[in-house]
Design a protein around this ligand. Sequence first.
Ligand SMILES: Cc1ncc(COP(=O)(O)O)c(C=O)c1O
Length: 397
Amino acid sequence: MPEEFPRIKRLPQYVFAVVNDLKAKMRKEGEDIIDFGMGNPDLPPAQHIIEKLCESAKKKTTHRYSMSQGIPRLRKAICDFYRNRYGVELDPDKEAIMTIGSKEGLSHLMLAMLEPGDIAMVPSPRYPIHYYAPVIAGASVLTVPLPFEGSEEEKQELFLKNIYDSYEDSYPEAKVLILNFPNNPTTMTVSLDFFKEVVKFAKKKGLWIIHDLAYGDLCFDGYKAPSILQVEGAKDVAVETYSMTKGFSMAGWRVGFILGNETLVYNLKRLKSYLDYGMFTPIQVASIIALESDYSIVQKAADTYSKRLDILVAGLNAAGWKVGKPRATMFLWAKIPEKFSHMGSIDFSMMLLREAKVAVAPGIGFGEHGEGYVRFAVVENEKRIRQAIRNIKRLAR
Ligand SMILES: Cc1ncc(COP(=O)(O)O)c(C=O)c1O
């Protein structure tokens, strides 16, 4: 194996790699794997967005370097979207920046903010880059356990307590807290009151908050996820990352935004002005059309995931695997059934793959607190979900 440089040494091989390797091997041998492993949307964007991309790409004038912060009309479009959806006012010049997907934005924001010796508070389980972006920046990470048993209210109360306790334990004092609701992988949701409490605490302690709203558009059954920027004065301490990956089904386009606190946006803008020239202009132009579209195009995607989750949840319960439907995201966070609980989440996932031809993400891949669980991403159609359930039922017998 080639030599690993010190920064790379701090990035372990993806835990998911073992399961992914087996999946690739089985596929090569001709097996049909029903793949709930990665939250990679299978739905296409609305046709008029794709058409706008093509139309803009055909123009001779759209192929030069673009603007790293995002073209002004796109920044205006995301601010209008936030006003319409959340009643939040943002300044498109000072409080909004486009990023190459929210993952890139978060990673470079951490690089702009943090130095060796700084501490970032990150929940566990968590989406891996929430942990590794501070690590790449050379900072230390303090893990805050994210509860996933009990009612949503109980979990919020306990998580707040965990945040307060972890902060008191941190030395030096933590500089930033990373949050993500609706949550990947646990699907936990929060109320605006939760955000009010965290913002109050952050202001008192001089703590920055980065809130990842990647799943804000994928809500079901009447639930609407709040934006942290709806809290009065949140902009004093917080930014929110917004992504067009999930709700708009534009994963490969890499369109994200960071919105809110002027200082954080300014510093990220300065860093990115050295790193990139902005997204391909036609992608930005088509993203404007997407953001200005009727919200029903996003609702349609949410309804599709909701229906798939209904089928998956009903099927697993019928197979004796007790799970409940989440209020948001495209995931099911499922406790490993009693009968198999002696197996770790990796072994259990490997068994599901081998015996039921079903791929899931092992909970441990999201941090030590995720052990004992697996995550299904409903990126397969209804027919294939039903097939997966038949296979799992056979295995359960
Ligand atoms: C919590 C969370 N944030 C961010 C992302 C990535 O978003 P983007 O495609 O905008 O980089 C994901 C993708 O799975 C995610 O689960």
